[in-house]
Ligand binder design. Structure first.
Ligand SMILES: [Zn+2]
Length: 236
């Protein structure tokens, strides 16, 4: 199976579609102000997490940096609502996208490159064709169009890993906040054994990248063009 990273078009004006949206996820963990290293937050999103029943959820829509103690307090609030194997980190977004949309959307919309939305007909096709790892969450986007199809964000769980040989500047792990970042290498490939077998969409640990299978690309292309750049990523 071949795999492709999702990316935005290099020239946004070259696209076929006029659709645009402005939206944020309903909840988030704050970014962290670490006294030892720096202020940071990631871009991971779990739109399928529902915090509606969490009484203290109003503290969870402020992403501004917090000291480690306050970050830990809010993470502990969220933990019971997130499966234990799912990594939570500073800046993590939770719940559906909420906002506004305008224009016409193609089958797949990638904006920014770590957020992927599909039109309702694309969602239906992916599911009816039996693709695996497709977790659609309806985006709550207000629009003036009455005939606009709904858009669904696809949750990309970080399951695959970059191959260690392509990471050239990993920092030592911070003893306070656990950060051990690196620069996304321009030339990169996946660690073959880390690829979740049979899944057609997944994230790549410690990066903002979302990877889809060749089968995903072939399936959505049956609905016509999307303004998405598919960059092949190999594995070793
Ligand atoms: Zn730190």
């Amino acid at each position: 199976m071949r795999y492709f990273e999702l990316a935005v078009l290099r020239d946004p004006d070259a696209g076929e579609w006029s659709g645009e949206y402005r939206a944020e996820h309903k909840w988030c963990l704050p970014s962290i102000r670490c006294p030892r290293c720096e202020t940071w937050g990631g871009m991971q999103a779990y739109p399928s997490v529902d915090l509606t029943d969490l009484p203290a959820n109003d503290a969870l829509n402020d992403i501004r940096p917090q000291p480690p103690e306050e970050y830990a307090r809010r993470e502990a609030l969220v933990r019971p609502f997130v499966p234990p194997e799912r990594l939570l980190e500073p800046g993590c977004r939770l719940g559906p996208l909420v906002g506004t949309a305008r224009g016409h959307f193609g089958p797949v919309t990638v904006w920014p490159s770590w957020q992927v939305l599909v039109r309702e007909d694309a969602r239906d096709l992916l599911l009816s064709e039996g693709l695996q790892g497709i977790i659609p969450v309806r985006a709550e986007l207000r629009t003036r169009r009455t005939k606009q199809q709904a858009l669904y964000e696809l949750e990309a769980r970080p399951l695959a890993k970059l191959h260690p040989a392509c990471i050239y500047d990993r920092e030592p792990t911070c003893p306070v906040c656990g950060r051990h970042g690196f620069t996304l290498p321009p030339k990169r490939w996946l660690q073959g054994e880390s690829i979740p077998q049979g899944l057609d969409l997944f994230g790549v640990e410690e990066t903002t990248r979302i990877v889809v299978s060749e089968r995903f690309v072939d399936t959505v292309n049956r609905l016509g063009p999307s303004d998405v750049f598919y960059r092949e990523i190999t594995a070793e």
